[in-house]
Each structure stands twice: as structure tokens, then as C-alpha cells.
Design a protein around this ligand. Structure first.
Ligand code: PBG
Length: 335
């Protein structure tokens, strides 16, 4: 605070505005709205499939037709966009993840179906190879090493395939060096200058991705860990360098991931760059709240809303979250 309070107790009583609902609402410094959320959705091939994910109570893998229904629901709730992630079983994965480039893959077919039915909703595609590789890594594995520059070449092609299928935002989540600039150039060279890039700029090597890896079928296949490309949770200055680089390379928005354990990073990124900044409330964060609520150990709805509000208070412009629809429903019924 720059200025000291003008009054002191007992003239000043900070409890005074907390006494009534109208006053608490009036004095609220931060607000949440459906328009703050991007709904994370897990896809699975087939029809009429809603396959529950054990570690994510309330979230199911959706076949394209069901994803269309989810898109319609999200749109009606006022949620601006969906982020889609594909499940692939082990038999359909290859060493180099070629399926990522198939213009008829699950991601592309689902995007087309959603854009046919709900053209007004925004769609975001994760750019990385992990749903498609038989080793579960985000990049190409050569002699035990994730190779950077060759991976970037494939990611550029993946981004163009996703954009051509109808995705409005491509979100590189791989943490290879130089990928944002390469993807921007690749999109522009393909005549796609309107598709946005939301960079997973500060993405940490985190235990909180556990349920997601189960959700997309990577848990059993991932060899080793991702610490040679994702960030060390001990580092914060490095996150600012990652963000600076991605913005310089043409990112339209940057993301910090995971969310709740990295609120300081969101705060620093927003204050340093004043750029569109998003938090990803990842699968493990969702699972923790759902698990505790399922045991009756905390009030799930309140914990959900409090965690979402924290991202906004820390400076995030929006949140990618599995809670989007549930939270939007609650917001729309509250006044
Ligand atoms: C990988 C990717 C991950 C997530 C989004 N994209 C996991 C990982 O890096 O292993 C995590 C999402 C979540 O936990 O909800 N490209």
C-alpha cells in the first residue's frame, strides 16, 4: 500500500462493510464470470461415449457427438471457448506420433463437428505429441533424448493441421525452445494469420498432471519424466524469461501451468508484461477438490469458486479449467 489509512480504530472498522450481502458484493475487488473460463474437454473416439475418468469425478471422455453437446451447453452458459485433448489407447500410438498430423484425427473431426453445430464457440487445440507417442513424451525421442528442433518442425505442421480443421487458438504445451515463433511463421505462411497462439509459456514439470495422463492414456506409457523440457518448480525468474521469449515470438496470450501452486508466477507475469495471461487449473487440482469434497472433507462448490477467484485476484485474465460448466452454472444461478 502506498498511502497509510486515513482513519484508525475505532473510527476505522474494516468489518463494517462485511456485515451484509449487498455490501460484501459492492466491496468485492474481484469478480468471476462465465466469460473467464475455457472448458477443458477430454475426447475419445466412437459414438455416444461418456466414459468416466476415475481420477476426475464428474469428468468423462466424450466422443465427438457428445463433445458437440458439451460445446452447446458451454456456449449457452456463456463460456467463450473449449480446450480439447484427445485420449489415444496404446495400440494407436507410434514412436513419432504421426497421428498428430492426420487431418482426420479425433481432434480434427471433433472440431469440424463442433464448428458445424456451434460455430460461435472458440476452440483451442493443444500442440504437443504426447497423446500420440508410444513413449508419452511431448516431443520426438532420439537415443533417449527429446530433440528440440526436429520436434518444432512437427509441431508447426500439427498447428497448421489444427488451424485448418477449425481451431481458433493453438496452444503449444510442449516447452520446446523456439516453437512459438516457428508456429507463427508456419501459420502465416499457410495464410492463417487470424488463428491465435496461447503459449503454455511457464509450464512446470508437475505432479499435478497425474489425472490428465490417465485421462488421455499416457499414464501407462510415459517413460521417465518431462524434466528436460518442462520447468523446475523451484524457478520463478526463469518463468519471466520464458514469457518474454514467447511474447517476442508472437504469442497472443501466455499461460501459467499448473495454477494454484503458481499464483506468484501469475502475479509476476501479469505485472511485468501486462499481456493477456491465463492460468491452467490442471487435472490434479480438480481431482484434489473433488476427492476431498467426495469424502465430505470440504465444501466442493465453495472450494471450486474460491480457487477460481484466486486466479483472477492473482491477475489472470481467464482460467482453463475442468470446472468451467459447473462454475458457470453456479454463477448463473447466483445473483
Ligand atoms: C501435455 C499436456 C499436459 C497437460 C496439458 N497438455 C500434461 C503433461 O505435460 O504431461 C496437463 C493438463 C492437466 O493436467 O489437466 N502436452
Amino acid at each position: 500500500m502506498n498511502t497509510p489509512p486515513l482513519a484508525r480504530f475505532p473510527a476505522l472498522r474494516l468489518r463494517r462493510p462485511r456485515q451484509t450481502d449487498w455490501s460484501r458484493r459492492l466491496f468485492s475487488e474481484t469478480t468471476l464470470a462465465a466469460s473467464d473460463f475455457i472448458q477443458a474437454v477430454i475426447l475419445k473416439d466412437g459414438e455416444n461415449i461418456r466414459e468416466p475418468i476415475d481420477a476426475m469425478p464428474g469428468i468423462a471422455r466424450l466422443s465427438p457427438d457428445q463433445a458437440v453437446l458439451a460445446a452447446r451447453e458451454a456456449y449457452d452458459l456463456g463460456i467463450p471457448a473449449l480446450a480439447l485433448f484427445p485420449y489415444t489407447d496404446a495400440d494407436h500410438r507410434t514412436p513419432d506420433g504421426e497421428e498428430a498430423l492426420n487431418p482426420d484425427n479425433l481432434m480434427c473431426r471433433t472440431a469440424r463437428a463442433i464448428k458445424d453445430a456451434v460455430p460461435e464457440i472458440g476452440l483451442m487445440a493443444d500442440i504437443a505429441l504426447d497423446p500420440y507417442t508410444d513413449h508419452g513424451h511431448d516431443g520426438l525421442l532420439r537415443n533417449g533424448v527429446i530433440v528440440n528442433d526436429q520436434t518444432v518442425e512437427i509441431l508447426v505442421r500439427q498447428a497448421v493441421v489444427m488451424a485448418e480443421a477449425g481451431y481458433d487458438i493453438v496452444a503449444p504445451s510442449d516447452m520446446m525452445d523456439g516453437r512459438v515463433g516457428a508456429i507463427r511463421t508456419g501459420l502465416d505462411d499457410a495464410g492463417i494469420d487470424t488463428v491465435q497462439i496461447m503459449a503454455y509459456a511457464a509450464k512446470y514439470a508437475s505432479a499435478f498432471y497425474g489425472p490428465y495422463r490417465e485421462a488421455i492414456g499416457s499414464a501407462g506409457v510415459l517413460r521417465g519424466d518431462k524434466r528436460t523440457y518442462q520447468m523446475n518448480p523451484a524457478n520463478a525468474d526463469e518463468a519471466l524469461r520464458e514469457v518474454a521469449l514467447d511474447l517476442a515470438e508472437g504469442a497472443d496470450a501466455v499461460m501459467v501451468k499448473p495454477g494454484l501452486a503458481y499464483l506468484d508466477i501469475i502475479w509476476r507475469v501479469k505485472n511485468q508484461f501486462r499481456a493477456p495471461t491465463f492460468a491452467f487449473q490442471v487435472s490434479g487440482e480438480y481431482a484434489m477438490i473433488k476427492a476431498a469434497a467426495g469424502h465430505g472433507w470440504l465444501d466442493g462448490e465453495r472450494a471450486m469458486m474460491e480457487s477460481l477467484l484466486a486466479f483472477k485476484r492473482a491477475g489472470a485474465d481467464g482460467v482453463i479449467t475442468y470446472f468451467a460448466s459447473e462454475a458457470a452454472k453456479l454463477l448463473n444461478t447466483q445473483r
